[in-house]
Design a protein around this ligand. Structure first.
Ligand code: 13P
Ligand code: SF4
Length: 372
């Protein structure tokens, strides 16, 4: 078995300080890596199972998904692909809400994850016991929640959105005269509010990775690289978003890197994305946006500790044991499916966030709101 490194994270949630433990697998040796890849490939084939990986997981798991007929994608496309794929077993390499969404959409399928403890600070910071009463206090508002939430919180919502479609869906609701109650990511909520002009009441959650990007240091890096375009995920603080040329989901960031003429990019998102950005654009230069400097209280590694819990060793283990199967009680799944399906129907009708191939892009690119 592989060994793990324990990492403690603190999430200043709305109610108290929350602690979560990420157990990050150690890198297997080169020979073990090759052996595991071969065994995983065989197991996927033998079980007619498909691997769906997020852009933030280890490069090996991204490559395995792509080379074994699965998908590497953002959270919206992961949900859509798992639902539409004929395989009876979905293996989701990402964080727990992604596996839960897959199960909610395909209750008849077996959904496995390398680790069931791979959570998300947004999900942790928005428990139903606190979010439910917040919703109850504002019955006149449409409840819109980010996909990075538990099945229970989704079941309490009218709409689920991802960063690939949040602006479009809230703009649509705003046009219908609806007021929004938004959870859990305050930065994404603020960004969506600015883009749409909607009346939004925001929950106070944030992502431990994106919250660490620093505007002052990003500005200094821009001065050093005036030729670079800045690509920012909207979970980042407003001051960082204000310096962006492009703001968008992980898929939108990949699309921008391929399509824009710039040869150098500064990227403010989880550095798991660098594998794909560099792979798709071998002649372009990608720099990580700063997470440290004089305005930082600590140095962040810009990598999600929970995404990092996915490794070859625990992927192979779950494939052979079927130990980490996601379970969502059928009645809860029925209620949570309604707002997720609403999002899938909306984006399919708009045609803005759908694609068929692993390496194509999804979410529409929202132009940056700051100076280039
Ligand atoms: P995407 O929807 O852009 O894939 O983002 C998911 C996520 O967890 C970002 O931190
Ligand atoms: Fe959650 Fe942030 Fe990790 Fe994404 S990167 S899964 S938002 S903690």
């Amino acid at each position: 078995m592989s060994s793990y490194v324990n990492v403690e994270y603190e999430q200043p949630g709305r109610c108290d300080m929350r602690h979560a433990w990420a157990r990050i697998p150690e890198e297997p040796s080169q020979s073990r890596r090759a052996q595991l890849k071969e065994m995983i490939r065989n197991e996927l084939q033998r079980q007619n199972a498909v691997l769906v990986s997020h852009y933030y997981v280890h490069p090996d798991l991204q490559d395995m998904a792509e080379s074994c007929g699965g998908l590497v994608a953002d959270s919206l496309e992961m949900a859509r692909f798992g639902k539409n794929h004929e395989a009876r077993t979905l293996v989701v390499a990402g964080v727990r809400f992604m596996g839960e969404t897959a199960k909610i959409l395909s209750n008849e399928k077996t959904v496995l994850m390398p680790s069931l403890d791979a959570t998300c600070s947004l999900d942790l910071g928005c428990p139903l016991e606190d979010f439910g009463p917040f919703c109850d206090q504002h019955p006149e508002r449409e409840v819109v929640v980010y996909a990075n939430t538990s099945a229970e919180v989704k079941a309490r919502a009218h709409w689920v959105v991802t960063s690939g479609c949040a602006v479009d869906i809230v703009a649509h609701l705003h046009q219908q005269g609806k007021k929004i109650l938004w959870g859990p990511d305050k930065h994404l909520g603020h960004y969506v509010q600015q883009q749409t002009g909607a009346d939004m009441l925001l929950w106070e959650g944030s992502c431990v990775v994106h919250d660490e990007f620093k505007a002052q240091e990003l500005q200094a890096l821009k001065v050093q690289h005036p030729e670079a375009d800045v690509l920012v995920h909207p979970e980042s603080p407003a001051a960082v978003i204000a310096l962006a040329d492009v703001v968008g989901s992980t898929s939108a960031i990949l699309q921008a890197a391929r399509q824009r003429s710039a040869q150098t990019f500064i990227v403010a998102t989880d550095n798991g994305m660098m594998h794909r950005l560099r792979g798709q654009n071998p002649h372009k230069t990608f720099l990580e946006a700063p997470t440290a400097g004089t305005s930082a209280t600590c140095r962040s590694c810009a990598h999600c500790p929970w995404m990092a819990m996915n490794g070859l060793e625990n992927l192979f283990h779950v494939l052979t044991t079927h130990g980490n199967a996601i379970q969502v009680p059928p009645e809860l799944a029925r209620r949570a499916r309604i707002p997720i399906q609403r999002m899938l129907d909306f984006t399919a009708a708009r045609g803005s966030s759908s694609h068929s191939g692993a390496s194509n892009v999804g979410g529409g690119i929202v132009p940056g709101i700051g100076a280039a």
